[in-house]
Design a protein around this ligand. Structure first.
Ligand SMILES: *Cc1c(COP(=O)(O)O)cnc(C)c1O
Length: 346
């Protein structure tokens, strides 16, 4: 593990003088603002987002997550944080990133966009983590390792001890994507930021918090990493409306919904294997199920015919023959069961 993350930064980022916005220079809330070339006539959104509103939302999320606000980066979705990892740590055409396969597609897409070599290591047949193989894939130019837990699309969470082994032994930044952590009993690695400055934990408001349309992703990391992400991101990456909606909706208690979704997931995990067309339902720590079926495309098309849309992962290496099915409301899940039941009788 590299404890000095400064040595992992791209040279141009380490040298960067960040853009300073009008709102960074004068932070007061009252006065006549002739500093940002805004339209002075009020319509609710004529002003640039206020840093104080963003700090309020940051403080609220930090409180919910039990972390210090200095350790929280808020991005335009987790996707912004994933892209920032590449822009901040990887020299195009020289450095590389390592990940598992199958996993979330954005890690490799962002690597390609940033012209960074992407090395993927297959999960074991039981979808467990190939710790030694991941470390063996690394060389002196390996700056990032992306690990998704619970993993999309395999639905399983990895053992925290194994993830931490990689954080300890990999000489770069380990990014643990916990988009589905609220549905898992294995817990978050966010409490290990204290101990490991090379750990970045990604979470999001898009899944359990029910705000996918809002575009707010979170990176929980060492203060130094958060401070650099803030310098590299677009100056006003989160809009006023978004901050206002987040502030309001973060007050809602989501534990009841999460419990219901987990109970529905467990119901589907029990019911689906009863059908002849279902070969296997993989254990899930998330709000979706990876289901191996006899004829994936045929079932997919049959569901579509009844206007029920799932994700066909049957041609993805490592999940051949599988559909990925999100847990819906009880009525939606009942409809799913009905259609499959009808298909199964034919
Ligand atoms: C859905 C998902 C996200 C969320 O991305 P946002 O940009 O925050 O909406 C992140 N990681 C994984 C693995 C996901 O499946």
């Amino acid at each position: 593990m590299k404890t000095d993350i400064t040595s992992l930064l791209r040279a141009n980022i380490a040298r960067l003088t960040p853009y300073s916005t009008a709102r960074d220079e004068y932070k007061g809330a009252l006065g006549i603002f002739l500093d940002a070339n805004e339209n002075p006539y009020q319509n609710g959104l004529n002003r640039y987002p206020s840093p104080s509103q963003k700090e309020k939302v940051r403080a609220r999320i930090a409180e919910l997550k039990g972390i210090r606000p200095e350790r929280l980066f808020m991005g335009n979705g987790s996707d912004e944080a994933i892209d920032l990892c590449y822009r901040v740590f990887c020299e195009p055409r020289i450095d590389n990133a390592i990940s598992i396969a199958p996993s979330y597609g954005m890690y490799s897409v962002c690597a390609a966009i940033n012209d960074v070599e992407f090395r993927s290591v297959p999960l074991r047949p039981d979808f467990s983590l190939p710790v030694e193989e991941l470390l063996a894939a690394a060389d002196s130019h390996s700056k990032l390792m992306f690990l998704c837990s619970p993993n999309n699309p395999t639905a399983n969470a990895f053992e925290p001890e194994q993830l931490l082994q990689l954080v300890e032994r990999f000489n770069g930044m380990v990014v643990v994507d916990e988009a589905y952590v609220d549905f898992s009993d294995k817990g978050s690695l966010k409490t290990y930021i204290d101990k490991y400055p090379n750990l970045i934990v990604l979470q999001t408001l898009s899944k359990a918090y029910g705000m996918a349309g809002l575009r707010v992703g979170l990176a929980i990391a060492d203060e130094k990493v958060v401070s650099i992400f803030k310098q590299v991101k677009y100056p006003y990456n989160i809009g006023t409306d978004t901050l206002g909606f987040a502030e309001k909706n973060l007050e809602k208690d989501i534990t009841g919904q999460i419990e219901e979704l987990k109970a529905q997931r467990d119901m589907l995990e029990r019911e689906l294997p009863k059908f002849r067309c279902v070969e296997k339902v993989y254990p899930s720590d998330a709000n979706f199920l990876l289901v191996k079926v006899t004829r994936a495309r045929e079932l997919y098309d049959r569901l579509i015919a009844d206007e029920l849309i799932v994700r066909d992962r049957s041609t993805t290496k490592g999940c051949e023959g599988c559909l990925r099915i999100t847990v819906g409301t009880p009525a939606e899940n009942k409809k799913l069961i009905e259609i499959i039941s009808d298909y199964d009788r034919q």
